[in-house]
Design a protein around this ligand. Structure first.
Ligand SMILES: Nc1ncnc2c1ncn2[C@@H]1O[C@H](COP(=O)(O)OP(=O)(O)OP(=O)(O)O)[C@@H](O)[C@H]1O
Length: 299
């Protein structure tokens, strides 16, 4: 008997036995994956292993030749076209290039899904929601009236993120969000994603080649190779496997550099926490917040 997939509970995304084929080219064959509610799952694999095709299959833009995909309780693989998928408003997607409409301002881009899914919302409220999403994505208020061509690469990503967040999604799909950003911009984007996951309770499906992102913000990592998800787990769990690609990826020079960087960040955060704790203890011991500097006898 076929296993019953339950994507309404702890696993909002469940993928079973998926096969994707383009002509003679088999991209996935027997691919399984469960995504846990509230996690950031990183999806890695060599170029062309089908990370984006998997994401497109999960959001109904690519119908697999075989297999079953359930998202938030709906069987995506039964839909005839993406209009059939009535849960599209419950996820947001940031595509690789941002996919912003070049003739619309940032705010108008964010308003596109609002107009589509909630046409009854009045202009004023729609503008207000769009403005809030732009600010939530770390852009200044002035960015709302800018066109994509007037934005830097990092700002375009944030504008794409604002649009992905327009409908208060439960699931956020990100395809290489830090590609093309400088290391400082990439780290800032990582922090933004982590903060949003924690404050909004998002489940995040994140395709990346960025090892720093994997170490910094991903709860688990799924590795695609040989047309399947060959392993999924925390980085230490993956390192305990002996698959050559996983070993080379995480233990190669870039993997080691990312791990060292994370160790340094962790040490800096620990030191900061210790300082904060010491300062809090000092503040608690002080009888008032006022320091009395008057010479003895005058107090
Ligand atoms: N619409 C399509 N028609 C034909 N082939 C396709 C189509 N979409 C994807 N492919 C092929 O499927 C394979 C997987 O593509 P995909 O974009 O998912 O790879 P990826 O793992 O995301 O790669 P990268 O890391 O380089 O972005 C590639 O060989 C690609 O050429």
């Amino acid at each position: 008997m076929a296993e019953h997939l339950d994507s309404t509970g702890d696993f909002p995304i469940r993928v079973r036995g998926v096969k994707n084929v383009f002509g003679e080219h088999v991209v996935h064959d027997g691919l399984d994956l469960d995504v846990r509610r509230g996690e950031i799952i990183g999806v890695v694999g060599g170029s062309g292993t089908g990370k984006s095709v998997l994401m497109r299959s999960i959001i109904g833009l690519q119908i697999p030749a075989e297999g079953e995909i359930e998202v938030l309780g709906s069987t995506i693989t039964d839909a005839r076209d993406d209009e059939d998928i009535d849960i599209r408003s419950r996820w947001g997607v940031l595509f690789q290039g941002g996919a912003l409409f070049s003739t619309l301002t940032v705010a108008e881009n964010v308003e596109v899904p609002l107009r589509e899914f909630y046409p009854e919302i009045g202009d004023e409220l729609r503008h207000e929601i769009a403005r809030y999403k732009v600010l939530l994505s770390g852009l200044p208020a002035e960015a709302t009236s800018k066109f994509p061509s007037e934005l830097s690469g990092g700002m375009k990503k944030r504008a794409g993120l604002a649009r992905a967040l327009a409908l208060d999604p439960e699931l956020l799909f990100l395809d290489e969000p830090t590609a093309g950003l400088d290391p400082i911009g990439a780290a800032a984007f990582d922090s933004l994603i982590k903060g949003l996951q924690q404050t909004l309770g998002l489940t995040v499906f994140l395709i990346t080649h960025d090892l720093d992102t994997l170490y910094e913000i991903c709860d688990r990592v799924a590795v695609i190779a040989d047309k399947k998800v060959i392993a999924v787990g925390t980085i230490p769990e993956l390192l305990a496997t002996d698959h050559p690609w996983i070993q080379e990826y995480f233990n190669g020079p870039r993997g080691r550099a990312a791990k060292d960087a994370q160790n340094r960040n962790d040490a800096a955060k620990d030191a900061q926490n210790r300082n904060d704790a010491a300062r809090d203890a000092q503040d608690r011991n002080a009888p008032t917040g006022v320091v009395d500097n008057r010479p003895a006898g005058q107090a």
